[in-house]
Design a protein around this ligand. Structure first.
Ligand code: ATP
Length: 236
């Protein structure tokens, strides 16, 4: 069964139709990527899935249920977490406090502690800096913190919005390694990326979005090899 199924989704902002009749699905255990240029509608799709934007048409099924009318908070409780574009860590709070915020729906302190330990194992840099103000972390570290915070809710499905944006190459590789690791631990991932090369090389499947429409789909390897993708997104 598809973990996430998007059917004929359209999103408009006034007269601007940002997403046009888009359908795709994410199966349990997969990393699926949506790639596309600036303004293609990637973020709009993610924000619609997590309930922050209402679609003008179409439906969104998560674990078999239509979640369109479900409030964002409840969607998180059902195991769907999002790391927004631009990270958005909470400034003025330490790394530890930011991570704790990620578990705000869970009352089980022991489980939260264990989960925090796992997150520190995955992101040793965060443990080293756990008492530091989150605002003083580097961009790559903030991305790790935002991902760690989302993982504190123990998501079944993790939505990542351009995690590599603005990062140095060394951090980019690390972030993609971590995404693969997250998949290995059993979390399904929907990855929005402009870095088509990296995203497709770790993705099981991918969709190419152009001005609000899906124009191509296939396995990560098929899309990497596709002439159209190479010309438009991989510079060759
Ligand atoms: P990027 O990679 O640059 O973040 P994107 O593929 O995520 O782009 P979206 O952010 O979904 O694209 O934007 C799709 C289109 O919708 C753009 O033309 C954008 O200007 C428009 N748009 C997005 N949010 C709004 C809004 N709140 N009000 C009006 N127009 C919007």
């Amino acid at each position: 069964m598809a973990m996430l199924k998007i059917k004929n989704l359209s999103v408009s902002y006034g007269a601007i139709e940002a997403v046009k009749n888009v359908s795709f699905e994410v199966n349990e255990g997969e990393v699926v990527t949506l790639i596309g240029a600036n303004g293609a509608g990637k973020t709009s799709i993610l924000r619609t899935i997590s309930g922050l934007v209402r679609p003008s048409e179409g439906s969104i099924f998560y674990l078999g249920n239509d979640i369109q009318k479900v409030p964002a908070r409840k969607i998180v409780a059902e195991g769907l977490a999002q790391v927004p574009e631009g990270r958005h860590v909470f400034p003025g709070l330490t790394v530890l406090e930011n991570l704790e915020m990620g578990a705000f729906l869970s009352k089980n302190k022991e489980e939260n502690k264990l989960n925090m330990k796992k997150i520190f194992e995955r992101f040793p840099r965060l443990e080293e800096r756990k008492n530091q103000d989150a605002a003083t972390l580097s961009g790559g570290e903030q991305q790790m913190l935002a991902m760690g915070r989302a993982l504190m809710s123990k998501p079944k499905l993790l939505l990542l919005d351009e995690p590599s944006m603005g990062l140095a190459p060394i951090f980019i590789q690390e972030i993609f390694d971590i995404i693969q690791d997250i998949q290995k631990q059993g979390t399904t991932v929907l990855l929005i990326e402009q870095n088509a090369n990296k995203a497709l090389s770790i993705a099981d499947r991918g969709y190419v979005l152009e001005t609000g429409k899906i124009v191509l789909s296939g396995t990560g390897q098929e899309l990497l090899a596709s002439e159209e993708v190479r010309k438009a997104y991989l510079g060759g």
